[in-house]
Design a protein around this ligand. Structure first.
Ligand code: NDP
Length: 333
């Protein structure tokens, strides 16, 4: 099998030379309870930028994939079936599923009802549930609320905005290019969308959220978040989902510090709540099945940025961190 391993520590934005392809022999015969899986789709996600610092050099990069069971000695995962599993950037894997594995490790391919398999890594998977539970349970949107979403044209953000629209909110989305902004307005029907690289954030908020922001779904952290925080309405909710603006900071021993407006947070009774998608591991299928059905009903539009070829996974990852993806970034093995 082939694996993509970490060959250098990242310094700032990862580079192609930080990865290497390693060949490894797999045993010919499976032991009782084991399955042999072939990766079909591999997910590249922002969290890998941070998690890589916990790997040893030479370790395979971590991450979820959709894989086909080629051989099986485990009745629960028969030959020919598919799984969603945390096998990393690896082509073929031998694995022994145990009963107590949660959705973070391996689960059977959800019933896709004709949707592309790759969606199991996006809208009908982890990013989908992040948006679903993060938006509904943490942002708690009510009809006519004004909600701000950052990294709005990405896998999670594009769904948060659409879920908030389904709840009857006014949605302001921020993304890093004029094309993304156009897509958010024209295709996803966000009420307003802006290029955060060129817009003056305080001015935009003063004009388009003149009564304040009821909920902010934060994918980016940093200075952007500081400005949105200043614009929250009393009893506003801030969902801390990601801080991608800080992930490529070159000195990991010094987290990127940003101003924090305590006064306005306190006087306005703002709730700021961190969220990790695995908090809802026991409700996994509630989220992804609802998202799947919304897609089938035409209520949610899905976009993917597909990179072809296992060996191009690092490139797909780097391009996603650079913002070249619209919707979910995935690799077709
Ligand atoms: P995306 O599909 O949104 O891809 C990442 C996007 O981040 C890029 O397309 C880019 O878009 C944007 N970006 C990159 N650098 C910066 C920057 N310096 N400032 C602002 N935006 C930047 O990825 P995901 O949807 O998978 O993830 C979005 C966020 O959600 C991440 O922070 C991630 O860590 C977090 N997350 C958290 C989970 C949880 O359980 N808490 C689960 C899944 C994701 P642009 O062109 O707009 O800059």
């Amino acid at each position: 099998t082939r694996k993509i391993v970490l060959s250098n520590r990242f310094n700032g934005l990862p580079k192609p030379e930080d990865f290497a392809i390693k060949e490894e022999e797999l045993p010919d015969v499976l032991k009782d309870g084991e399955i042999l899986c072939q990766a079909e789709w591999i997910s590249v996600d922002p969290y890998m930028r941070m998690r890589a610092s916990t790997l040893n050099l030479g370790d395979a990069m971590i991450g979820m994939q959709v894989a086909r069971v080629l051989k099986s000695r485990c009745p629960e995962y028969p030959e020919g079936s598919q799984v969603v599993a945390n096998f990393g950037w690896v082509e073929r894997t031998i694995f022994k599923p145990e009963r107590d594995h949660g959705v973070e490790t391996i689960y059977k391919m959800p019933e896709m009802k004709g949707l592309p398999d790759s969606y199991a890594l996006g809208t009908v998977g982890r990013p989908g549930n992040t948006a679903y539970f993060g938006c509904l349970r943490v942002c708690k949107p009510k009809e006519k609320d004004t909600i701000v979403v950052s990294a709005a044209a990405g896998a999670v953000g594009s769904l948060v905005g659409q879920i908030a629209k389904i709840q009857g909110c006014t949605v302001l989305g921020f993304a890093g290019s004029d094309n993304k902004v156009k897509w958010l307005q024209e295709k996803l029907k966000f009420d307003h969308a802006f290029n955060y690289k060129t817009a003056n954030l305080p001015d935009v908020l003063a004009q388009y959220a003149s009564n304040g922001v009821d909920a902010y779904f934060d994918n980016v952290g940093g200075e952007f978040t500081y400005h949105v925080m200043k614009h929250m309405k009393p009893f506003g909710r801030v969902a801390l989902c990601g801080a991608i603006s800080t992930y490529n900071s070159t000195d990991s021993s010094k987290p990127a510090l940003v101003p924090f407006d305590y006064g306005s947070m306190i006087y306005k009774n703002i709730t700021m709540e961190g969220l990790h998608v695995l908090r809802w591991r026991d409700e996994w299928y509630t989220g992804i099945n609802q998202l799947r059905d919304w897609i089938l009903e035409g209520k949610i539009i899905v976009e993917e940025t597909i990179t072809e070829g296992f060996q191009n996974t690092p490139e797909a990852f780097i391009n996603m961190l650079k913002g070249e993806n619209v919707g979910k970034a995935v690799v077709k093995v």
